[in-house]
Design a protein around this ligand. Structure first.
Ligand SMILES: N[C@@H](CCC(=O)N[C@@H](CS)C(=O)NCC(=O)O)C(=O)O
Length: 219
């Protein structure tokens, strides 16, 4: 049985899993759960993901897991990939966990909120709060100033090797960039962030899933 991803092709969290599947060359099939039709709130879906959000995966041996970052860690651990340092290399693993935590506390919280106000709410015909979008854009800019200092000393967020912590930024980073928020590509203000963003966003894995997750993998 091929690994199945239950998600939505353009969903940021589904593509967070997609980019990791592509990095690891794991064949997969996308089973579309329609967000516009609210299928993620159906009783059948809630049996697998009780919070009613995509994605979850069913691995080739029937094992199920949800939460995009947990799925990514599970898959990288299964493959023994260097994208996830092993706890046996304690110092490297610690820096990876630090970087993964930085992404959730200092990036995702703001970028997801900007996307909610500027992309998701308008798409659903809901009014958005421009003050929140503005405030969170300013907050994210300040956090990325700190990223620039970190990335002036090392190539990636956890050290000199790319890890899942870098890849976790791709879906929301690409979304805010696409709507014209020039925080990641501004070479004059944040040259090291711009170098890092260009590096991770040009990876083949991301190029394959950046617009949507295909129904089946290309391997
Ligand atoms: N922390 C979860 C978040 C999942 C999530 O928020 N998924 C969104 C799509 S990116 C969703 O299903 N939204 C529909 C809804 O909230 O009903 C993860 O990373 O998997």
């Amino acid at each position: 049985m091929v690994l199945k991803v239950f998600g939505f092709p353009t969903s940021t969290c589904t593509r967070r899993v997609g980019v990791v599947l592509e990095e690891l060359n794991i064949p997969y099939e996308l089973i579309v759960v329609s967000l516009p039709k609210n299928e993620q709130k159906s009783a059948a879906f809630l049996e697998h993901q009780p919070f009613g959000v995509v994605p979850y995966i069913v691995d080739d041996d029937g094992y199920e897991i949800y939460e995009s970052r947990a799925i990514a860690r599970y898959l990288a651990a299964k493959c023994g990939s260097s994208l996830l340092p092993s706890p046996s290399d304690l110092h490297k693993w610690g820096k990876f966990e630090q970087a993964a935590s930085i992404e959730q506390s200092n990036f995702d919280v703001f970028a997801a909120s900007i996307a909610a106000e500027r992309v998701f709410r308008p798409a659903k015909g809901l009014t958005s709060d421009e003050n929140i979008a503005q405030r969170h854009t300013e907050a994210l800019a300040a956090k990325l100033d700190v990223y620039d200092v970190i990335l002036s000393r090392q190539r990636y967020l956890a050290g000199d090797e790319c890890t899942l912590a870098d890849l976790f930024h791709l879906p929301y980073g690409a979304m805010i960039t696409k709507i014209g928020i020039n925080l990641l590509e501004d070479e004059s203000r944040r040259p090291h962030v711009a170098r890092w963003w260009k590096d991770i966003s040009s990876r083949d894995s991301w190029q394959k899933v950046k617009d949507n997750l295909p129904l089946t993998s290309s391997q």
